[in-house]
Design a protein around this ligand. Structure first.
Ligand SMILES: Cc1cc2nc3c(=O)[nH]c(=O)nc-3n(C[C@H](O)[C@H](O)[C@H](O)COP(=O)(O)OP(=O)(O)OC[C@H]3O[C@@H](n4cnc5c(N)ncnc54)[C@H](O)[C@@H]3O)c2cc1C
Length: 383
C-alpha cells in the first residue's frame, strides 16, 4: 500500500495547480457574479490534455487513469468548482459513455474530438419528473424508417447549451421500465433538439446548467449508443466513475476553503493575537484537515480500484457521500473562522460553501448514495 502520488503524478498536480492559479483564480468572482460560463478556457484545458485525461492517446486522450483524473478535478475545483464540474461532466459522463459503450465508428467520430477538447460534451439523464428515480424517464424514442423519433426533455444538464455532443436516454419500450431505456448521441444543431431554460443557481454559477428539449427529433440508428434496452444499466456503470469525480470536486472545494481559513486565521487579530492562536480555531482547523484527508483517501481508493479494472459501485458511492458531506461542513467552518467577513463576497469562503452544496446532490443525492451503499453491504451480509 502506497499513500503517495508518484513523481509524474505530483508534477501533473503542480502543473494543474499553477494553471488554475494563473488562468482561473483572477476571474472566479467575476464569472460567478455574471454566471459566465468560461468557454474560452477550453483550448487552454485541451492544450494541457485535461479534456480527455482517462482516454487512450489513439482517441486524443492523455492515456492516464482515474488517480490522475481525480487529481486534476481536485486541483481545478480548489480554485473554482465550476471549472471542475464542467471538466467532470464532459469527461467521465459524456465522453466516457461513448468510450465504454460506443462502436468504433462512434469513438472515431465523437470521442476523438471530445477527448482532444475540440468539442464539448453533455450527458442527459435527469428529467423534470425523473431525478433520483432515473428509470422513470418520460422521454421516448420510437422506431421510424430505420431510425428513431425522440420526444421529451431533460433538465439540469451541464453544458446543455454549449455542448457539441450530448448523450441522452429515452425509453424505447415503456413496458420494460429500466430495461427499456436506450442511450443515444445527439449533435448540436440537429433538427428537433434544442437547449432551453438556463438555471440561475446558488453555486457553481460559472458552470452552465440548462434543459434540453426533443421535439420529433429524428436520430439515425447509427447514433444509438449501446444495445437497445441497456441504456439505464450502462448509465449506472458510468455513474460509478462519475461519482469519483464528484468526490474530487468536493475535496478540491473543501481544500480551497480550508486554505483560505488557514490564511485568514493567521492575519486576523483579536484580543491582541492572531485568531489561530485560540484553541477553538485550532480545533476547527484540525477537524477540517482530518476530514479532507479522510475524504481524499476514500477518493483515491475508489480511483485506484477503478484503474485496476475493479467494480467500484460501493467505493465510489462511499467516496462521493463522505467527501460531499464533509465539504459542506468544512466550507461552513471556513465561513465561521472568517467571522462577518466570511459572510461577504470580499472573501472566498461564502462561494466555496455555495459551490460545495451541489456535491451532495449531483450524480445522485446523499440519500441515494446511502441506499446504494446499504444495498452493496447487505448483498455481502445476506450472502
Ligand atoms: C448543478 C447541477 C448539475 C447537474 N448536472 C447534471 C447533468 O449533467 N446530467 C444529468 O443527467 N443530471 C444533472 N443534474 C441532476 C442531478 O443529478 C439531480 O438533481 C439529482 O440526481 C437529484 O434529482 P432531483 O433533483 O430530481 O431530486 P429528487 O429525486 O426529486 O429528490 C428530492 C429529495 O428526495 C430525496 N429522495 C428521492 N428519492 C428518495 C428515496 N427513495 N429515498 C430517500 N430519499 C429520496 C432526494 O435524496 C432529495 O433529497 C445536475 C443537477 C444540478 C443541480
Amino acid at each position: 500500500m502506497d499513500f503517495e502520488l508518484n513523481d509524474e503524478q505530483r508534477q501533473m498536480k503542480m502543473s494543474v495547480r499553477e494553471f488554475a492559479e494563473r488562468e482561473i483564480a483572477p476571474h472566479v468572482m467575476e464569472w460567478d457574479e455574471a454566471q459566465h460560463f468560461p468557454i474560452e478556457l477550453r483550448p487552454k484545458l485541451a492544450e494541457l490534455g485535461l479534456m480527455g485525461v482517462i482516454f487512450p492517446e489513439e482517441f486524443g486522450g492523455a492515456g492516464l487513469g482515474y488517480v490522475e483524473y481525480a487529481t486534476v478535478i481536485e486541483e481545478l475545483s480548489r480554485v473554482d468548482g465550476s471549472v471542475g464540474i464542467s471538466v467532470a461532466a464532459h469527461t467521465s459522463l459524456c465522453s466516457n459513455h461513448i468510450y465504454q459503450f460506443g462502436t468504433e465508428e462512434q469513438k472515431q467520430k465523437y470521442l476523438a474530438p471530445l477527448a482532444s477538447g475540440e468539442h464539448l460534451g453533455a450527458w442527459g439523464l435527469t428529467e423534470p419528473g425523473s431525478g433520483s428515480d432515473a428509470s422513470s424517464t418520460r422521454t421516448t424514442a420510437v422506431r421510424k424508417d430505420g431510425g428513431w423519433v425522440v420526444n421529451g426533455s431533460k433538465n439540469f444538464i451541464t453544458h446543455a447549451i454549449a455542448a457539441d455532443t450530448c448523450v441522452a436516454f429515452a425509453s424505447t419500450d415503456r413496458t420494460k421500465k429500466s430495461r427499456g431505456i436506450t442511450g443515444f448521441i445527439f449533435e448540436k444543431g440537429m433538427k428537433g433538439f434544442a437547449p432551453a431554460k438556463k438555471e440561475n443557481k446558488l453555486g457553481l454559477r460559472a458552470s452552465e446548467t440548462a434543459s434540453v428539449v426533443f421535439e420529433d427529433c429524428c436520430v439515425s440508428d447509427r447514433n444509438r449508443l449501446g444495445r437497445e434496452g441497456e441504456g439505464f444499466a450502462n448509465a449506472m456503470e458510468i455513474l460509478d466513475g462519475g461519482r469519483i469525480s464528484i468526490a474530487a470536486l468536493a475535496v478540491g472545494i473543501a481544500q480551497g476553503a480550508y486554505e483560505s481559513a488557514i490564511r485568514y486565521s493567521g492575519e486576523r487579530q483579536q484580543f491582541g493575537k492572531p485568531i489561530r492562536e485560540f484553541q477553538a480555531i485550532q480545533f476547527k482547523l484540525a477537524d477540517m484537515a482530518t476530514q479532507i484527508d479522510a475524504a481524499r483517501l476514500l477518493m483515491y481508493r475508489a480511483a485506484a480500484l477503478k484503474d485496476q479494472g475493479k467494480k467500484t459501485t460501493k467505493e465510489s458511492s462511499m467516496a462521493k457521500l463522505f467527501a460531499s458531506e464533509i465539504s459542506v461542513r468544512v466550507c461552513e467552518e471556513a465561513i465561521q473562522i472568517h467571522g462577518g467577513y466570511g459572510y461577504t463576497k470580499d472573501y472566498p469562503a461564502e462561494k466555496y460553501w455555495r459551490d460545495s452544496k451541489l456535491c451532495t446532490i449531483g450524480e445522485g443525492t446523499s440519500e441515494i448514495q446511502r441506499m446504494i451503499i446499504a444495498r452493496e453491504i447487505l448483498k455481502v451480509a445476506n450472502g
